[in-house]
Design a protein around this ligand. Structure first.
Ligand SMILES: [Zn+2]
Length: 139
């Protein structure tokens, strides 16, 4: 019942992020003062506090830095989804972001697995950046 899952709530810091997701683009922030890339979207650079930031398109690829298998939903909207994987993804660009691992092989995830972004439809055009494991060549 994916239609019952919550939609993103954009704020001034994340509006561009969620609009890009609607176009199936994963964007992160780049600081023009110190060069740091970061996630989550915010108004000030967490490294140098500059507000001179740009948005850049991320490759959408990375690796699983850590994960947890959720077996009891903390929100009733996710009850039909358990068990599911909540993971900390380290993007190839460096920043880390929380997301679900989707796909039939999601529960077989391991730390270090390569992943690629996918966009989960939450209705009304809202898309959530999530990740899928990259199939091992020849598997
Ligand atoms: Zn900075």
């Amino acid at each position: 019942m994916q239609a019952a899952l919550p939609k993103p709530v954009a704020n001034a810091d994340s509006h561009t992020y969620w609009n890009a997701a609607r176009e199936r683009r994963l964007v992160i922030r780049k600081c023009n003062a110190c060069g740091q890339l970061h996630f989550m979207p915010r108004y000030l650079c967490p490294s140098c506090w500059s507000d001179n930031l740009d948005w850049i398109d991320a490759s959408g690829t990375g690796r699983v830095h850590s994960f947890s298998v959720i077996r009891r939903a903390s929100d009733p909207a996710f009850a039909s989804r358990v068990p599911y994987v909540l993971a900390l993804i380290e993007l190839d660009e460096g920043p880390r972001m929380m997301a679900n691992i989707l796909g039939e092989d999601a529960l077989g995830v391991a730390v270090g697995d390569p992943v690629t972004v996918t966009f989960e439809d939450r209705g009304d055009g809202a898309l959530i950046p999530q990740f899928e494991r990259v199939a091992t060549r020849g598997a």
